[in-house]
Design a protein around this ligand. Structure first.
Ligand code: URA
Length: 431
């Protein structure tokens, strides 16, 4: 078999066989297929799509590229939660400790920033010392000991996704349904959770633009989950405007810590409580969403979720003083608030433009080997539907470069649209 023939077949819109997909994933994982061929292949998949059976085979091949964990000897049930990617989406940092505080073990494998969307691993690495490259033994041991673990792809777990993910980030090949479905579900299968809650984002700042596209992605991932015997559900949630206020790694960690203290932005709190409740029901710790929600609210109110987050940071080598004093987290040199140029109702806060502006400030990567700047990003002060007076604070930029600050000011201003007529707030969930 030759890689160039597999690329050409996909370029011509034909269906790849299981053998061809296995050959490609295996060769790429071992480093025998170079990045330039993998990039061409990913672009062919993005342009021509994949059938449901190709997507399933790709998912299984990526999951098998490393170890597949069996967690049944350490916990009765482990849950995993995954977002399809958004702007300001720091949900994992809150719902993991909330679920764990309610007695539901959470074994999660996360990703880095992808395109304009942020990644949990990058956010958590704002905390000095926090390790994300756990081995399979460490993953299982920690899950058994503290009921919670947050890891990235390693040489052991879904390494093909780690490599392909980094390549997609910088080759314009992120927004492809089969590549997203296989990336997410391969990680979930490898990490061994028996129950999976998928948060499929849709809208201007998501890889799925519409409810229909998000539903198709959700259904495809649920079907793959069920095929491999995992209890899987998908939520369809809004990503037209950033979630919460903070966009950028350390800024989002601060907002997540605020939420764990019970003081996060209203939309973000509501989102986290809803996702936590779904996790608790699927993970059999609550008989219905109402009871589950009360449990989640209590875990935040009594400080047990925050205590779990501290435990996670300590166990994975992070300096917990940064959780106790978030002021110590990396800070940008320039912090500038931009005021509303006019009064009126906020009609749009274009999440992708905000995400791209944050990446351009240094919060994401332009090439695979780029390092990121944990301090930079933006705080959006309002939500769609808010009524503003001219001159009120609209957003605050955190930058480490004056030229980039000026560009961000212009681009984030363009992301805000005003209307003279009242505008309805956006829903948090569609289904
Ligand atoms: N999250 C992932 O893990 N992979 C994707 O491709 C998109 C979001």
């Amino acid at each position: 078999m030759r890689t160039v023939d597999i690329i050409s077949k996909k370029r011509d819109g034909k269906e790849l066989s299981k053998e061809e997909i296995d050959f490609f994933v295996d060769g790429f994982t071992r480093g025998e297929i170079p990045d330039y061929q993998a990039s061409a292949w990913a672009m062919a998949v993005l342009l021509n799509g994949m059938t449901a059976s190709e997507t399933t085979e790709l998912t299984l091949a990526i999951a098998r590229s490393g170890d597949t964990l069996d967690l049944s000897d350490v916990v009765d049930i482990a849950i995993d939660k995954h977002s399809s990617g958004g702007v300001g989406d720091k949900t994992t940092l809150v719902v993991l400790p909330v679920a764990a505080a309610c007695g539901l073990p959470v074994g999660k494998m996360s990703g880095r920033g992808l395109g304009f969307s942020g990644g949990t691993l990058d956010k958590m690495e704002s905390i000095p010392g926090f390790r994300v490259n756990l081995t399979t033994e460490e993953f299982k041991k920690q899950l058994g000991e503290i009921g919670m673990v947050l890891s990235g792809q390693s040489a052991d777990l879904a390494p093909a996704d780690g490599k392909l993910y980094a390549l997609r980030d910088v080759t314009g090949t992120v927004p492809s349904m089969p590549l997203i479905a296989s990336s997410i579900m391969s990680k979930k299968i490898a990490a061994g959770a028996q129950a999976i809650v998928l948060d499929v984002k849709l809208g201007l700042g998501a890889f799925m633009p519409t409810v229909e596209a998000a539903r198709e992605l959700g259904e495809r991932m649920v079907a793959i989950g069920e095929l491999v015997g995992r209890k899987t559900i998908a939520l369809l949630s809004d990503m037209n405007q950033p979630l919460g206020h903070a966009v950028g790694n350390a800024l989002e960690v601060v907002e997540a810590i605020d939420a764990l203290h019970g003081g996060g932005p209203a939309d973000f709190m509501e989102h986290c409580l809803h996702v936590s409740a779904q996790m608790l029901v699927l993970g059999e710790r609550a008989e219905n969403p109402e009871v589950a929600r009360e449990m989640a609210e209590k875990a935040i109110a009594d400080g047990s979720a925050l205590a779990k987050f501290r435990e996670l940071v300590i166990t994975q080598g992070g300096d917990v003083s940064y959780v106790d004093e978030p002021d110590k987290l990396p800070k940008a040199k320039w912090i500038e608030t931009v005021n509303a140029p006019r009064g009126g109702y906020l009609a749009q806060i274009h999440a992708r433009l905000v995400g791209e502006a944050s990446v351009a400030l240094g919060a994401g990567r332009a090439t695979k080997d780029d390092s990121i700047d944990h301090a930079v990003g933006v705080i959006i002060h309002h939500k769609v539907g808010d009524l503003l007076q001219a001159g009120e604070p609209l957003f605050t930029i955190h930058a480490n470069d004056e030229k980039l600050l000026m560009q961000a000011r212009e681009n984030i201003l363009k992301a805000h649209l005003f209307s003279d007529e009242p505008v309805l707030p956006l829903p948090l969930f569609y289904d």
